[in-house]
Design a protein around this ligand. Sequence first.
Ligand SMILES: NC(=O)c1ccc[n+]([C@@H]2O[C@H](COP(=O)([O-])OP(=O)(O)OC[C@H]3O[C@@H](n4cnc5c(N)ncnc54)[C@H](OP(=O)(O)O)[C@@H]3O)[C@@H](O)[C@H]2O)c1
Length: 119
Amino acid sequence: MFDEVSQAAQVPVLVTGGNGYVASWIVKDLLDRGMLVHATVRDVTDPRRTRHLLELAERAPGRLVLFEADLLDSTSFDAALSGCEIVFHTASPFTVLYAVSGTRCETLSSRRDTAPATC
Ligand SMILES: NC(=O)c1ccc[n+]([C@@H]2O[C@H](COP(=O)([O-])OP(=O)(O)OC[C@H]3O[C@@H](n4cnc5c(N)ncnc54)[C@H](OP(=O)(O)O)[C@@H]3O)[C@@H](O)[C@H]2O)c1
């Protein structure tokens, strides 16, 4: 059992958009479980995007490695993805407000008894 846990802790888990709201909670949980976390941010040199993640890592048994990646560059996630078997893909260029209205729009549009929705 201990071997399985320690072995799992060596296999990195990727969290994209690592500094985002949802991702930060995921990163915290994984670090608290002692996991090796690969987290992507758009600018690793920007402390506004990284400081809280580094502070989380300092207080947890797990290990955090930050990578720079942008959804607009399809190859930029390659390094962060290397060795990972699990990916939490939360990076999103849309805020929750737009995501919710977009989902509502799609839902309305897909109803057969209504005309295409104007959102
Ligand atoms: N928050 C909720 O309650 C909730 C509920 C249900 C579903 N969701 C969904 O979960 C996902 C994340 O939500 P969130 O609230 O965590 O959003 P968020 O705090 O805005 O985080 C979004 C993340 O995506 C990154 N990002 C934006 N554009 C990017 C790009 N071009 N390339 C790479 N990364 C990019 C942001 O980086 P920067 O900091 O550099 O901008 C940030 O790290 C979204 O799809 C959202 O719709 C959220």
